[in-house]
Design a protein around this ligand. Sequence first.
Ligand SMILES: [Zn+2]
Ligand SMILES: [Zn+2]
Length: 299
Amino acid sequence: MEITQLATDFRPRWTTYIRTTTVLFWAVHVAAVVGVVLCGFSWRGVGLALASYYVRMFVVTAAYHRYFSHRAFKTSRWFQFLLAVGAQSAAQNGVVWWAGHHRWHHKHSDKPEDVHSAKLRGFWYAHLGWIMRSDWNDTDERMVADLARFPELRWLNKPVVHILPTVALAIGFALIGGAQALVWGYFVSLVLLWHGCFSINSLAHLIGDKRYATGDESRNHWLLALLTTGEGWHNNHHHYQSSANQGFEWWQIDVTYYLLRLMAAVGLIWDLRRPPQAVIDAPRPAQLEAMDATTSRAA
Ligand SMILES: [Zn+2]
Ligand SMILES: [Zn+2]
C-alpha cells in the first residue's frame, strides 16, 4: 500500500481502537498500572524502570531515528542488525516501517499529508491518534529502498516477527527478576518510553524555540531533550536531518550523540555526519524576515 493514501477524515473512528495492535497497546498500560498496584511501590522498581527507559530511549533515537531513518552514521551489517533488534525491543514496529513513516513526516512536515502534524491535527492526534489508525499499518518500500534491500531487516519488519525482540525482553525480565522486574523494568518503562518518544511527534511541534526557519512547526525544548536523550532539539533536526548530533551548541545536551561518539571511538560505527558551520550559523527566522523586508523595500 502507498502511504500517500491518506484519508481526509483524520479523526479515528472508535472502531479503529479495537484492533490487535491497539488492544495490545492499551493492555500494556493496564498491565503497568495493575502490576504496580499488585507488586507495590518500590524505589528499586523506579530505578529499574528509569534505567530500562533510558537505555531503550538511546537505542530508539540512535537506531530507529538517526541510523535507519536518516543514515547519520555508518556501521557493519551485523551491528546494523543488532541495532534493529535493540530498537524493536521498544515495541514501535519494524525499523523499516518506522523509517518509512518518519521520512514521510519530514517530506511533508506540518502539511496535510504529514503522518502526525500537531499543528494541523492537534496534540492528541499527533501523539496517539495516528497510531490508532489502521491506514498507517503498511510499509511503503519506495520510501525505504535502501533498507528493504536487506532480507534480515525485511524479516524483522514482518507482522508478529517485529514484536519478537520486545517479547524476548519481557521474558528476560520475568526470568531474571520475577514479577517486580517484569512490571517495573518492562511494563512501566515501556509506557513511559512510548510517551517519551511520542512527545517528539506532538510536543516538539508545539512548545519551545524555533531557532531555524524550517517551514514547519518543529521546535527546540531543553526538557524534551533531557527526556529523550537529545531528540528535543527537534527544530535543529528538521533544519539538518542527516546529522548524528541534534544538539548543535555545546549547551544543547544530546546524550545519544555522546554515546554515538563513544561507539565510534571503539569502532562499532563510523562516519558520523555533522552539520557544516554555515548550517549551524544560519540566520534566525526574525533575522530572515528583517532581511526580506529590507529587500522588498529596496525593490
Ligand atoms: Zn518533526
Ligand atoms: Zn527525523
